[in-house]
Design a protein around this ligand. Structure first.
Ligand code: GYE
Length: 326
């Protein structure tokens, strides 16, 4: 059911995108928009890393949809380091790709390299994560989720469902990353003015091992933990291991809320070890390739394309799990 709504919403978004075009043929192979003068668009994609189930699904979606769209993909994995992403972008500029797309590991520090791309006349598309820059002419569009909204959904569910709970510990995503900053803010806004309080917060870098380590430390230092709010499934799954090792029951003694809804997260949710997951859709490949074709052809694209997403409770996870592709 929820999946259908999401798919329908995605279709509407795509239709809207198509309608935004100049009405031209949208022929990706049009030599006019291609720096190399041949028929194939080349995209340089600078990925964050392979830190989570979400990221793996995102990478797969980009690779598959590039192939389906006939776009030649140059792909690099920055291992969660900004300097590696900057190097990759510089090399794409040198190679004169037709379009650069990337998911910025952190929000700040991109202006110099993006200016180099602009001067080389190579359009840039941000996908998944945003940059924090005053100069919005440095990129054509940003395709991805509303992370503040995701944090809000997590906080709203907790307000409505965790009677008696007070102390929340937070496992933050990568320090300085848009989803870490925004999921924190949305959640804090939602629980403001209630008895709920974030009593400890630390980064687990969006990884399972990071979530486990931070949770182990919290379990030792925080006397009463009612709720874990993890910025992604992987850190929540790491926290589950730490909670079990401490002799407590995840989902019962300590409630757990996460973001993403990848298969492993949904499995834990269906088993009642996680209590609520806010969906974040990693399947951005198709929309990204559509946008890339348009910007290379010099067509107008909307400056912001927001991904439609839902949420899952334990019962909804049980229904959805057999269909979950990632
Ligand atoms: O939630 C997390 C991943 O940027 C939305 O990055 C993405 C986040 C996702 O590592 O699992």
């Amino acid at each position: 059911m929820l999946k259908k709504i999401t798919t329908a919403a995605a279709a509407v978004l795509l239709a809207a995108l198509t309608a935004c075009g100049s009405g031209g043929s949208g022929d990706a192979g049009s030599p006019s928009g291609n720096a190399k003068g041949d028929d194939k668009i080349t995209m340089g994609f600078a990925q964050v890393g392979a830190e989570s189930g979400w990221r793996t699904a995102n990478t797969k979606s980009i690779q598959e949809e590039a192939a389906a769209a006939g776009i030649e993909l140059k792909f690099s994995d920055a291992q969660q380091k900004q300097e590696n992403q900057i190097k990759a972008i510089r090399s794409y500029i040198q190679q004169k790709v037709d379009v650069i797309a990337f998911s910025p590991v952190v929000e700040t520090g991109w202006d110099a390299v993006l200016l180099e791309a602009k001067r080389a006349n190579i359009p840039v598309i941000l996908t998944d994560r945003a940059v924090d820059s005053d100069d919005t002419s440095l990129y054509k569009t940003f395709l991805g989720s509303d992370f503040v909204e995701e944090g809000k959904k997590a906080g709203e569910w907790l307000k409505a469902n965790a009677a008696g709970a007070k102390n929340v510990v937070e496992l933050q995503g990568t320090t300085g990353a848009a989803p870490a900053i925004d999921r924190k803010k949305g959640f804090e806004d939602a629980i403001a003015g209630t008895d709920l309080k974030v009593v400890a917060t630390q980064t687990g870098d969006f990884t399972r091992s990071g979530g486990k380590q931070v949770m182990e430390a919290f379990l030792k230092s925080v006397p009463q933990i009612d709720v874990v709010y993890a910025h992604n499934d992987d850190m929540g799954l790491g926290a589950i291991e730490a909670i079990k090792a401490a002799g407590k029951v995840p989902g019962k003694d300590i409630k757990i809320i996460t973001v993403d809804a990848v298969k492993d997260g949904m499995t834990a949710l269906a088993a009642g070890e996680i209590n609520f997951i806010v969906e974040c859709n990693p399947l951005l490949g198709k929309q990204l390739m559509e946008l890339a074709k348009k910007v290379v052809a010099g067509e107008e694209v909307p400056p912001r394309v927001v991904t439609e997403e839902g949420t899952f409770t334990v019962d909804q996870a049980k229904t959805e799990l057999p269909n979950r592709k990632y």
